[in-house]
Design a protein. Structure first.
Lengths: 270, 466
């Protein structure tokens, strides 16, 4: 990774345009001084994806939990021309607005957004769930698994993720259909940036990073999971039999419990 | 989450005696930070982040230093707004809310620092209401820091630290020029540091001396509140509007800097933009600037020229002297103000340090440092925030703190690089990071933000062996 970057002339000269952001929060009744979690959904998903199960579960274990919808997603303001930088800005803005240093949890391409945000905000810790770090390999995998839904996206159209890509067969069909129909889309520009992969800067404050995923994920191959984990000097924690959307799949409880256990044990994450 | 307080135990073991034989509690590898203003907070947060323990001493009872209007040394007045826009003012890793205005109010800035202190759990490291009265180097690059309660009550206490960050600010000790006859003047005289509210000007004939950003702000308020306002300036200045081409002016300037447009070209562009928008200032009786733009500290004020145009501000030259009922100007005119406000700036003060430690051998009060932060011969001392940038100060203070934290890390892990750093500090002390500027105490610490940050980037890279 490259060294720390002090001068950001073009960013100073062109601040990201502010938009109205949707943040769903769930905080425990008794403040126990734990670091708040900030969940960042991937492309197409909104804060709702975490509100479904994980927010409530984190709170029941005493962690204040928040989920943000990236601009153009969920209940946030529309932003058809948003760049990856604008998404990163959204995450850093919400994180810096929390009362304490936050733990950033990114899912899918949201994990890439979190990885970029780590260079701009000293997170307490970070968790990358089924991380999609992009590149042409990601496109290849998606084209193979879901050609009809992916091909338009390669030309700037909407990416249509299928039920089989996101969930295991254990998830009841009605629920899976409901989730898939709720999906939105990321901006064309951000989709392109996901392929061309702007360089990642080193995280500030050296936070511990955990990578979660499933070997049966049809969006992120196991090799890609290990690559991401290696970048942060660890190995991925795997949940076989689950789909890409660990937070919505039938066995959503296992990964979130593992994540919270890790946070409780990791000394630097306190 | 750390909830324990890392404060020194009052019964800490006394391992050594200070020079005059009083007990010293040894704080080991802990770093002492003097002041919990913007620079001190940035120093604490970054030292903590790099794994150091910190103790901070703050003479007031809250954080925010100069930006906390409750503090008796705070220079802010009711209407103080930032003169650099948000992207240049916020800490690089803790942005201000993007719902805030381009140029936030001082009360928002205080809220920002309070949130910063809470977010990074800094308050538990701060000894409030405690002032530092002596900082002395001891063998092995350590420091003995002697403190007592603000105001001189209570006993003195001395603690030994591995390193010290001086972040006591430089905008609190007023600089008052001497004028012949000032003592006999029967009107009211005040320094801008005691100006708080436009009600102090209401209905009076006011003379404002000084064309800094404060002087111009007060002149603008006097134009609206006083019965008459004279504004005395030493020379002609460039009054830059806060917005040009529909955007905050500093963002437009940095667009050019990002494109690496050379200084002369930027000056020419600036002059032509001002000519097209603000126009010829000599028409209003203002003197023509005797320097090019970027050669004095920039003045960001859109309203001054507007009120001169309304006749509410009369520009006058320098003050020659006072008599009991009036003020003599250098052009021979005599004016009769009831209230004179000296917006003549501030001088740095380090009462707790031997001036020689900061390289000020001749006693002029001007430290001789590298990167305006590192004292030759004292590798464990840093001054943070002693800068007068042409932009926001806080990002620069942040990077100074990061650099110092990495230097302290390198002293453990890579002593060779730390030694090279110390040698550079020795060789390059007094280096400037701006184009040519007018020689004046006001420009002692003047730096161009990009020139300065490039120098910090080079220093960081050399510490990392790049």
């Amino acid at each position: 990774m490259s060294s720390v970057r002090v001068i950001r002339g073009s960013e100073w000269a062109r601040p990201v345009r502010p938009v109205r952001r949707e943040v769903l929060s769930n905080t425990p009744e008794l403040e126990e001084g734990r670091s708040p979690l900030l969940f960042v959904p991937g492309f197409g998903h909104g804060a709702w994806a975490f509100a479904e199960h994980w927010l409530g579960h984190a709170v029941s274990r005493g962690f204040p939990a928040h989920a943000v919808s990236l601009r153009g997603h969920g209940g946030s303001e529309a932003a058809p021309k948003a760049s990856l930088r604008a998404y990163v800005h959204d995450v850093v803005q919400v994180a810096a607005g929390l009362p304490r240093q936050a733990v950033l949890v990114g899912h899918g391409a949201g994990a890439l957004v979190v990885a970029h945000a780590l260079a701009r905000y000293p997170a307490r810790a970070a968790v990358l769930v089924s991380p999609v770090f992009g590149g042409w390999g990601t496109l290849g995998t998606a084209l193979r698994r879901n050609p009809a839904g992916t091909l338009p996206a390669a030309f700037g159209g909407r990416l249509r993720l299928s039920r089989a890509q996101l969930f295991s067969r254990e998830l009841p069909d009605s629920e899976a259909r409901r989730y898939v129909s709720t999906l939105g889309r990321a901006s064309r520009r951000a989709q392109w940036q996901l392929l061309t992969r702007p360089e990642l800067e080193p995280p500030v404050g050296d936070p511990p990073v955990l990578v979660l995923g499933s070997p049966d994920d049809r969006v992120v191959p196991a090799a890609a999971l290990s690559r991401v984990a290696r970048r942060y000097g660890s190995a991925p924690l795997l949940f076989p039999g689950m789909g890409h959307d660990l937070m919505l799949d039938a066995r959503w409880r296992e990964p979130i419990d593992a994540l919270l256990d890790w946070l409780e044990k990791e000394p630097a994450a306190h | 989450m750390t909830t324990s307080t890392d404060r020194p135990d009052p019964e800490a073991t006394t391992l050594a005696l200070s020079r005059d034989g009083r007990p010293v509690s040894d704080r080991g590898d802990t770093v002492c930070v003097i002041g919990a203003g913007a620079s001190g907070l940035a120093a604490m947060k970054n030292l903590k982040e790099h794994g150091f323990g910190v103790d901070c001493y703050e003479r007031e009872t809250g954080v925010g230093g100069a930006w906390n209007w409750r503090h008796d040394r705070s220079p802010v007045y009711a209407s103080t707004h930032l003169i650099s826009s948000r992207p240049f003012t916020q800490f690089p890793d803790f942005p201000m809310p993007d719902s805030w205005p381009d140029y936030p109010h001082h009360s928002q800035l205080l809220a920002y620092f309070e949130r910063y202190a809470d977010h990074f759990d800094l308050r538990s490291h701060i000894w409030f209401g405690t002032e530092v009265i002596r900082v002395e180097p001891v063998e092995g690059d350590g420091w003995d820091v002697t403190t007592r309660s603000t105001g001189g009550y209570g006993p003195e206490r001395t603690s030994r630290y591995a390193a010290v960050v001086v972040a006591n600010g430089h905008n609190w000790s007023p600089k008052l020029p001497g004028y012949p006859g000032l003592e006999e003047f029967r009107g009211e005289v005040m320094h801008a540091s005691s100006y708080k509210d436009p009600a102090q000007l209401r209905g009076k004939r006011v003379l404002v001396v000084g064309a800094g950003n404060t002087g111009c702000d007060i002149a603008v308020e006097a134009a609206q509140q006083a019965s008459h306002c004279w504004h005395s300036t030493r020379r002609g200045y460039w009054y830059a509007p806060k917005y040009v081409l529909g955007r905050p002016a500093d963002q437009v300037n940095d667009t050019l800097l990002a494109l690496r447009v050379p200084l002369r070209m930027r000056q020419w562009l600036y002059h032509s933009t001002l000519r097209l928008t603000v126009g010829d200032l000599t028409r209003f009786g203002l003197p023509a600037p005797d320097h090019r733009v970027y050669e004095t500290h920039p003045i960001a004020n859109s309203q001054l020229v507007y009120h001169v145009g309304h006749g509410a501000i009369t520009p006058v030259p320098e003050v020659a002297g006072f008599n009991p009922y009036g003020v003599q100007l250098t052009d021979g005119r005599q004016i009769e103000p009831e209230l004179v406000v000296f917006a003549t700036g501030y001088l740095p003060r380090f009462d707790f340090l031997d001036p020689k430690v900061l390289g000020d051998d001749s006693g002029t009060g001007r430290p001789n440092l590298w990167l305006n932060a590192f004292a030759p011969g004292h590798p464990t001392l840093a001054v943070v925030g002693l800068l007068q940038p042409d932009s926001g100060l806080f990002p620069l203070a942040h990077w100074q703190a990061v650099l110092f934290a990495r230097l302290l890390q390198a002293r453990r892990s890579r002593p060779d690089r730390a030694a090279a750093f110390a040698a550079t500090a020795q060789a390059r002390a007094g280096e400037r990071y701006s184009g040519p500027v007018k020689e004046s105490t006001r420009h002692w610490f003047e730096v161009g933000h990009v020139d300065y940050l490039r120098a910090v980037q080079r220093a960081l890279d050399s510490l990392e062996g790049k």
